[in-house]
Design a protein around this ligand. Structure first.
Ligand SMILES: Nc1nc2c(c(=O)[nH]1)N[C@H]1C(S)=C(S)[C@@H](COP(=O)(O)OP(=O)(O)OC[C@H]3O[C@@H](n4cnc5c(=O)[nH]c(N)nc54)[C@H](O)[C@@H]3O)O[C@H]1N2
Ligand SMILES: Nc1nc2c(c(=O)[nH]1)N[C@H]1C(S)=C(S)[C@@H](COP(=O)(O)OP(=O)(O)OC[C@H]3O[C@@H](n4cnc5c(=O)[nH]c(N)nc54)[C@H](O)[C@@H]3O)O[C@H]1N2
Ligand SMILES: [Mo]
Length: 771
C-alpha cells in the first residue's frame, strides 16, 4: 500500500465520507471486505466485543452501530486474512527482517504458532507450547533474585489476564511491572491523587450532555478517540463552548462531519467543533493555565469588591480544599510577559478563554498526551485540577476532569494490580486470599527497568502485549540493553520490532485477539475491560481464531506460572483458566470495589467504578482537595539555547501507536511519507531552510551522547514559533531516557530540545527504523 508522496492541505471536515473511504481501503487491503464489515457490526454491542482501539466509553454499550474509522481500522488489523506462519519465518532470517520497516513487519499478518529464536540459523523456529513454557521456567528459576526479571504490560490486556499476570509475578517474587501507561497517563495516575485523591477522571459520558463549556488540552480526538467526536459535536450543536489548546490546528478540533448523521452526510454539512482553537507552544500549557487562573482570581477580587457575585466557588473552596493562599501568591507573582512568552499566546487570548470558563456553570476539562508527556507532566495535570477546583467543577453534574486514556484497557490493568508500587492493603488482601507473601518493595517502571537493563542488572524481559522496543525512548542505549538480556518473551498478535530486538533466547507467543472466540473447558469465555470513565463491561469475541495454535492470554500466564513456580505455587492455575468467572471472583475477593463482579457484568452496559472525588470524598493526606503550586513556567527544563527548538513527537491519523496502517496523515494533509518535520515559516527562514529540504534533528543532550535522526524532510506548517513536530516512533531515538518527569517517570516525548542540522552527506541513510 503506497500512497504517492504529497503534501496537500485537507479542507474537508474530519469524519464523514473521507473516513468511510479510508476505512473501505483498509478492509480491502487486509483481504476482509465482508468479514470486516460483519465483525464491525458486533463491536461495542451488548453481546459483542469491546473495541480494541481506544478507551473512550460507549453509550452504555447498548447502542446501535457506532461508526469510528480508527476503531474499525484496529479491528481490521486484527481480523486480517494475512498470516505470519512458520514458513514465513523459515524464509527470512532475523537479520534480514531487521531491515524491514515497521509497516512491512505488521503487514505480514497474524502470528499462528509459538516460535523460538535459533541462533545457529538466525531464525525463529516453531516450538511447542510446553517447550516454550519450560524455557521460560528454566530462565526464571535460575535467577538468584526475582528482581532480575521485568514483566511489561501493554494496555490491551484484559482485567482477567492482567490479574493472573500480577498474581504469577508477585508469587514469583517481584513488583517489576513496567507498563505502557508509564509512557502515557502515569502523570495522571500519580499527579491527580495528590490533588483530588484519585488518579482517574471524574466525569461520565452523560456529563458531556450537560456541560456548557469544554476545554481540551493536548488531545487529538478526531484521530485517537474518534467516538468522542459524537459527544463534542452534540455539545457544540447544543451551544456549549469548546475551547482547544493545541500547537496544531487539528482538523477534527475545527470541523466534523458525523458519519452517523444521514443529514450531514447527504448534504455534505458539518459541525464546527471548537469555538476557539489556540495554537499554544509545545510545553506552553502551564503558562496558559496559570494565565487563566490569574484572570479568575483578579476578576473575583474585583467582583467581590464591587459587591457583585464572586467568580470563584467560595463555598466549595472553603468546605473542600486547602492551599489556595499559596496558589494565589504564586499566580500574583507570575508576570504576563512570561506567560505570553512561554505560551506563545497573547494576554487577550488567554483572557478571552478565562471569560468563557468563568461564565460556564458546568465545565469539563479534557486532556491527553500534550499535557502528560513532559518533564513536569504530573504537575501539569495538577494545574488543570487547580483550574477545576477554583470553580468547584469536581463532583458536579456536567463538570469535571477528563483525562483521555489510550489503550482500551490501560485503566483496568492498573485497577486490578499492574503497578510497580502496590498499596499495602492490596498486598494484604492478596496475601489473605492466596496465602503467599507478596513482595513489598517497590519494583521497576519503564524508565527504571530500562536503567537497570543498561546497568546489566536484568536478565529476563517478558511482555504481555505491546511493542516495547519501539515504544521506549532512547533506542541507541535502550535497544542495545535489550539485546544483552538472556531471554525476551513477547505475547503478541502480530510480528513487530520487539521480536527482532531480542535477547540470547527469545520467544514469540501468539495469543487470541479480542475479536476471537475464547473457548475453555467450561465453555465460551468473556473478558472484561474498564474504559476511560471507569465503566467496566464484558467483551466476547465471535470470530474463529486466526490459528488453531493460539492460546488465550490467561492460559499463557497460567502456562508460564506452572513451569516457573511448579509445585511451590499455592494458586490453582488450571482452575482459573477453565472458567474466567473464577478469576473475577478472585478479583472481587482482593479488590472490594468489584463486589458482585460476575453478576454486574451480565447487566448490559456493565457497571461504574465510581471514583471517590465524584462524591467529593477526598482520599488525600489532608482529607481535602489540594491546590498545588507549580514553580515557574518551564515544563521541560533544560539548558535553553537560542537555537533550541522544542520537538513534540506525535501520532499520525493512520497509526495505532507503533502500528502503522499507512504512511499518510490525511487530516494534516500528508500523504505517503512519515520522514518529515513540521516547522513554521519563521523558523524555516531563520535557518535558511526551504520546504522539502532534508535536515537532521539532533537532541540538545546534557550527557554528552549524540542522539540524531537523519534526513527528515522539512514541511512548512502553521505551527507556533520555537517548536517543531515529527512522528513517533521514528523519532524515539531523540528522546533521552534521563528526560523524564521525576514524579511520574513519564518520558518527555512532547518536549525534546533539538537543533536542526544539514545532513553531512547527501547520501545519508534514512531515519532509524523508518519505512
Ligand atoms: N487511532 C489511534 N488511536 C489511539 C492511538 C493511536 O496511536 N492511534 N493511541 C492510543 C493511546 S495509547 C493514547 S495514549 C492516546 C493518545 O492520544 P492523544 O493524547 O491525542 O496523543 P497524541 O496524538 O500523541 O498527541 C495529542 C495532541 O497533543 C498535541 N500536542 C503536542 N505537544 C503538545 C503540547 O505541548 N501542548 C499541547 N496543548 N498539545 C500538544 C498534538 O498536536 C496532538 O494533537 O490515543 C489512543 N488512541
Ligand atoms: N516518542 C513517543 N513515544 C511514545 C509515545 C509518544 O507519544 N511519543 N506514546 C507512548 C504511549 S502513550 C504508549 S501507550 C506506548 C505504547 O506502547 P505499546 O503498548 O507497547 O505499543 P503498541 O504499539 O500499542 O503495541 C502494538 C503491539 O501489540 C500487540 N498486540 C495487539 N493486540 C494485542 C492483544 O490483544 N494481545 C497481545 N498480547 N498483544 C497484542 C501486537 O503484536 C502489536 O504489534 O508508546 C509510548 N511511546
Ligand atoms: Mo498511551
Amino acid at each position: 500500500m503506497s500512497e504517492r508522496k504529497a503534501i496537500r492541505p485537507y479542507h474537508h471536515p474530519a469524519g464523514g465520507w473521507g473516513a468511510l473511504k479510508a476505512l473501505s481501503a483498509r478492509l480491502i487491503e487486509q483481504g476482509i471486505p465482508v468479514k470486516g464489515a460483519v465483525t464491525l457490526g458486533c463491536m461495542n454491542q451488548p453481546e459483542g466485543f469491546d473495541c480494541p482501539g481506544c478507551a473512550w466509553p460507549d453509550p452504555k454499550h447498548t447502542s446501535s452501530f457506532e461508526f469510528c474509522e480508527n476503531g474499525a481500522k484496529a479491528v481490521a488489523w486484527e481480523t486480517t486474512a494475512k498470516r505470519c506462519t512458520p514458513e514465513f519465518f523459515a524464509d527470512h532470517t532475523v537479520t534480514e527482517l531487521s531491515g524491514w520497516t515497521d509497516y512491512q513487519l505488521e503487514m505480514v499478518g497474524r502470528l499462528t504458532h509459538p516460535m523460538a529464536y535459533d541462533a545457529a540459523t538466525d531464525r525463529y523456529l516453531p516450538v511447542s507450547w510446553s517447550k516454550a513454557f519450560s524455557i521460560i521456567g528454566r530462565h526464571l528459576k535460575v535467577l538468584p533474585d526475582p528482581n532480575m526479571a521485568e514483566f511489561y504490560t501493554s494496555g490491551r490486556t484484559s482485567n482477567e489476564a492482567a490479574f493472573l499476570y500480577q498474581l504469577f509475578v508477585r508469587e514469583y517474587g517481584t513488583n517489576n511491572f513496567p507498563d505502557c501507561s508509564n509512557m502515557c497517563h502515569e502523570a495522571t495516575s500519580v499527579g491527580l491523587p495528590q490533588s483530588i485523591g484519585v488518579g482517574k477522571g471524574t466525569v461520565v459520558l452523560e456529563d458531556f450532555d450537560k456541560a456548557d463549556c469544554i476545554f481540551t488540552f493536548g488531545q487529538n480526538p478526531g484521530t485517537n478517540s474518534p467516538r468522542m467526536m459524537t459527544n463534542l459535536r452534540d455539545a457544540s450543536r447544543r451551544g456549549a463552548s469548546i475551547i482547544s489548546f493545541n500547537p496544531f490546528r487539528e482538523r477534527a478540533l475545527e470541523r466534523f462531519q458525523a458519519p452517523q448523521s444521514p443529514v450531514e452526510m447527504a448534504t455534505l454539512g458539518s459541525t464546527r467543533i471548537s469555538s476557539q482553537l489556540y495554537q499554544v507552544r509545545v510545553g506552553g500549557d502551564v503558562a496558559v493555565i496559570k494565565g487563566i487562573m490569574k484572570v479568575l482570581l483578579e476578576e473575583d477580587g474585583t467582583a467581590r469588591a464591587n459587591g457583585e457575585q464572586a467568580i470563584l466557588d467560595w463555598e466549595f473552596i472553603q468546605a473542600h480544599t486547602v492551599g489556595l493562599d499559596a496558589l494565589a501568591a504564586d499566580l500574583k507573582a507570575t508576570q504576563w510577559c512570561d506567560i505570553e512568552q512561554c505560551s506563545g499566546l497573547s494576554r487577550k487570548d488567554i483572557e478571552h478563554a478565562a471569560h468563557v470558563y468563568m461564565r460556564a456553570e458546568r465545565a469539563i476539562i479534557v486532556y491527553g498526551m500534550g499535557i502528560t508527556q513532559h518533564r513536569r507532566g504530573a504537575q501539569n495535570v495538577q494545574q488543570l485540577a487547580n483550574l477545576a477546583l477554583l470553580r468547584g467543577h469536581i463532583g458536579r453534574e456536567g463538570a469535571g476532569l477528563c483525562p483521555v486514556r489510550g489503550h482500551s484497557n490501560v485503566q483496568g490493568d492498573r485497577t486490578v494490580g499492574i503497578t510497580e508500587a502496590p498499596a499495602h492493603d492490596f498486598l494484604d488482601r492478596l496475601e489473605a486470599r492466596f496465602g503467599f507473601r507478596p513482595p513489598r518493595a517497590h519494583g521497576h517502571n519503564v524508565v527504571t527497568a530500562l536503567e537497570a537493563m543498561i546497568r546489566g542488572e536484568v536478565k529476563v524481559f517478558i511482555a504481555m502485549g505491546g511493542n516495547f522496543a519501539a515504544a521506549i525512548p532512547d533506542w541507541q542505549l535502550t535497544q542495545q540493553a535489550i539485546r544483552n538480556l538472556d531471554l525476551t518473551v513477547h505475547v503478541s498478535t502480530k510480528l513487530n520490532r520487539s521480536h527482532l530486538v531480542h535477547g540470547r533466547d527469545a520467544l514469540i507467543l501468539p495469543c487470541l485477539g479480542r475479536t476471537e472466540v475464547d473457548v475453555q473447558s467450561s465453555g465460551r469465555q468473556s473478558i472484561t475491560v474498564e474504559d476511560s470513565m471507569s465503566m467496566v463491561h464484558a467483551s466476547a469475541g465471535r470470530n474463529q481464531p486466526a490459528s488453531e495454535h493460539l492460546l488465550s492470554e490467561p492460559a499463557i500466564v497460567a502456562g508460564m506460572a506452572g513451569s516457573t513456580l511448579g509445585q511451590r505455587s499455592v494458586v490453582d492455575w488450571a482452575g482459573f483458566v477453565e472458567d474466567y468467572d473464577r478469576i473475577r471472583d478472585a478479583i472481587e475477593d482482593v479488590i472490594p470495589i468489584f463486589q458482585a463482579y460476575n453478576a454486574r457484568i451480565r447487566v448490559p452496559g456493565g457497571f461504574h467504578l465510581n471514583p471517590s472525588a465524584r462524591e467529593r470524598i477526598w482520599a488525600t493526606a489532608t482529607g481535602k482537595a489540594n491546590f498545588l503550586v507549580f514553580d515557574g513556567l518551564g515544563e521541560d527544563p533544560n539548558d535553553d539555547h537560542p537555537e533550541t527548538l522544542w520537538l513534540s513527537t506525535i501520532r499520525s491519523h493512520d497509526q495505532y501507536n507503533t502500528t502503522l496502517y499507512s504512511l499518510s496523515d490525511r487530516y494534516r494533509g500528508v500523504y505517503g511519507q512519515r520522514d518529515i518535520v513540521f516547522l513554521n515559516q519563521h523558523e524555516m527562514e531563520k535557518r535558511g531552510l526551504d520546504e522539502g529540504d532534508r535536515v537532521d534533528l539532533v537532541t540538545v543532550s546534557t550527557d554528552g551522547i549524540e542522539r540524531r535522526v537523519r534526513n527528515l524532510r522539512v514541511v512548512g506548517y502553521s505551527f507556533p514559533n520555537g517548536c517543531c513536530a515529527a512522528y513517533y516512533p521514528e523519532t524515539n531515538p531523540l528522546v533521552p531516557l534521563y528526560a523524564h518527569d521525576p514524579i511520574s517517570y513519564t518520558p518527555s516525548s512532547k518536549g525534546v530540545p533539538v537543533r536542526i542540522e544539514r545532513p553531512a552527506a547527501s547520501d545519508a541513510p534514512p531515519a532509524a527504523g523508518h519505512p
